[in-house]
Design a protein around this ligand. Structure first.
Ligand code: ZN
Ligand code: ZN
Length: 179
């Protein structure tokens, strides 16, 4: 990884003290400042909505970082794909968890559609139309889509949290792609 120091570490003083740190938000700060702020390596991209959310909160807290953020494209192919789709992912997360910025409720909220979109983006796949990118087919008739039955998890064969997997994309929400 080539590191070009674009910003002084002081731009992130407040985030370093109080921010929500994860491998991917630390990767952004490391890349933009040239200072290794993570104890656990560097360059890791967001893997799920919780990672993505921490990055968004960081970029909004430090506006100058938002301006130079697109240079994350050079860190890895995965980062390049995520940066290119950043606005789309942010729109999906905003629609799915309107209060995602809230540290307590937003940080633990489930966002399966955003997760599916991120998996598609990371794989450079094509959105699966039959299931609208969700990976889900019809609701399970035994648990009526709830995924729960008789006080426990629904054990009907093929039921995945209340729905059957889309046959076109085998539950991935996208087709093609390289992983
Ligand atoms: Zn079921
Ligand atoms: Zn599908």
């Amino acid at each position: 990884m080539t590191t070009t120091a674009l910003l002084p570490l002081t731009s992130f003083t407040n985030w370093l003290a109080f921010g929500e740190r994860g491998l991917s938000s630390e990767a952004i700060v490391t890349h933009l400042t040239g200072s290794a702020v993570s104890r656990w390596g560097h360059g890791d991209h967001p893997h799920d909505p919780a990672d993505f959310r921490r990055c968004v909160v960081l970029l909004e807290a430090v506006p100058v970082a938002g301006l130079t953020f697109p240079t994350m494209r050079t860190v890895s192919p995965a980062w390049a794909r995520l940066v290119d789709a950043w606005d789309e992912i942010l729109a999906e997360l905003t629609a799915e968890v309107p209060g995602f910025r809230d540290r307590d409720s937003g940080g633990s909220a489930s966002a399966p559609r955003t997760y599916a979109l991120m998996q598609r983006v990371l794989a450079a796949g094509t959105r699966c139309e039959p299931c609208d990118g969700t990976g889900k087919a019809e609701a399970c008739p035994k648990c009526h889509g709830t995924g729960r039955r008789a006080g426990g998890r629904c054990r009907n064969e093929g039921c995945a949290a209340g729905h059957f997997y889309c046959r076109t994309c085998r539950g991935r929400g996208y087709t093609g792609g390289d992983r």
